[in-house]
Design a protein. Structure first.
Length: 150
């Protein structure tokens, strides 16, 4: 909410299952909205400000609609799953079917689970054709997240 006298607006990101949606009730011009975002950042501690400034610059290059694809673009991932944004490693372990509490995995284990998960998700092997595309994207992103953390 803007507190600098520009206008009053509320922007919320809401979770619906594993997806996100935006609820934007805004007043004022686009310039007022951008200034409101910059003013909101000024209230944050300096380490957080240093993380947020590049995100604002990245947001300026987005040319699509505001929705799940925007979140994946901003987060630098290929999935719009909210859990992946909150804790990417835990999400990746879950997607590839590692048991709860798994902490350390090897490259070999990741690749075995990745191949098995792809096979199960693929429509040619009994996977749901309507969900195969998202499942394959998520499985591939989970593999990347885990291999990057090894």
């Amino acid at each position: 909410m803007d507190r600098h006298g520009l206008t009053h607006s509320t922007h919320r990101m809401l979770r619906e299952g594993d997806e996100v949606r935006f609820d934007m009730s805004s007043n004022g011009t686009a310039l007022q909205q951008v200034l409101g975002a910059i003013y909101a950042i000024e209230r944050l501690d300096m380490p957080i400000r240093r993380q947020m400034a590049p995100l604002l610059r990245r947001a300026l290059t987005w040319r699509g609609p505001i929705g799940p694809a925007f979140i994946t673009y901003m987060a630098g991932t290929r999935t719009s799953d909210v859990s992946a944004l909150a804790d990417p490693r835990a999400w990746a372990l879950d997607v590839l079917g590692f048991p709860g509490g798994t902490v350390k995995v090897s490259k070999r284990e990741v690749m075995l689970r990745y191949r098995e998960s792809l096979r199960l998700a693929h429509p040619d092997h009994g996977g749901d054709a309507a969900k195969a595309s998202k499942a394959i994207i998520d499985i591939t992103e989970a593999r990347r997240v885990l291999l990057d953390s090894i």
